[in-house]
Ligand binder design. Structure first.
Ligand code: ZN
Length: 217
């Protein structure tokens, strides 16, 4: 399989491993989908062929209308055995990505009590920006970010509004799995999810950094 490399700004590319997703990690997003607030992180997996640069690359179901979920994505910087305690020091870099979701397929699967995999893990389901070194952020627990689609502001979030912080997510994952250097974690989406389709242009940005990450689905 073709390897997908993600550039770290001013650094060398990394080859990612497992891709974790966290569901309903912002109360207002859980509310817009009429879901209960979870009492512990909801964890699902995306898969390696989900990863896609912000422009170009394979995309399954190109005729479908997806839901965009703009999310802060963190890169695990070292191997962490199950049971270990982790902190922000174990995250080496941070980016922005879209957790593309086939919402209707997901709803149909959930209604039948079936796994969501086909709604969340398909080729191109995780467009991701270049990653920024952790040290670039002044306050890691208050990272503000935006998503524009076709020039229109769709989502604005701040990691201070997460139900489960990055450190809590790491320590929850480590109760049942080891984490490996190169793992990526999509940390959940703020409110404002909506439609995006093949050909749409979009822009992801950290409010406090100058880089803008432009893409086209
Ligand atoms: Zn998501």
């Amino acid at each position: 399989m073709q390897s997908i490399k993600i550039d770290i700004l001013n650094g060398s590319p990394i080859i990612p491993r497992t891709i974790y997703g966290i569901g309903r990690n912002y109360a207002e997003h859980a509310a817009e989908l009429h879901h209960e607030i979870p009492s512990e992180p909801i964890v699902f997996l995306k898969h390696f062929p989900s990863l896609r640069p912000l422009s170009g690359g394979p995309l399954a179901y190109p005729e479908e209308v997806f839901h965009h979920e703009a999310e802060v994505v963190v890169l695990v910087g070292q191997n962490l055995p199950m049971g270990q305690q982790a902190s922000w020091n174990d995250i080496s870099a941070i980016g922005l990505g879209l957790d593309l979701t086939r919402r209707e397929a997901q709803a149909a699967l959930k209604a039948k009590g079936l796994p969501w995999t086909k709604a969340k893990a398909f080729d191109g389901a995780a467009p991701i920006s270049p990653l920024v070194r952790r040290q670039a952020f002044e306050n890691l627990d208050a990272i503000e970010f935006t998503l524009h689609v076709g020039g229109e502001l769709r989502q604005k979030g701040n990691t201070k509004d997460m139900l489960f912080s990055v450190e809590k997510i790491l320590n929850h994952l480590l109760t049942f799995t080891s984490l490996m250097e190169g793992d990526l974690i999509f940390t959940g989406t703020p409110p404002g999810v909506g439609s995006i389709q093949h050909g749409d242009s979009f822009k992801l940005k950290f409010t406090d950094l100058s880089e803008e990450f432009e893409g086209r689905l």
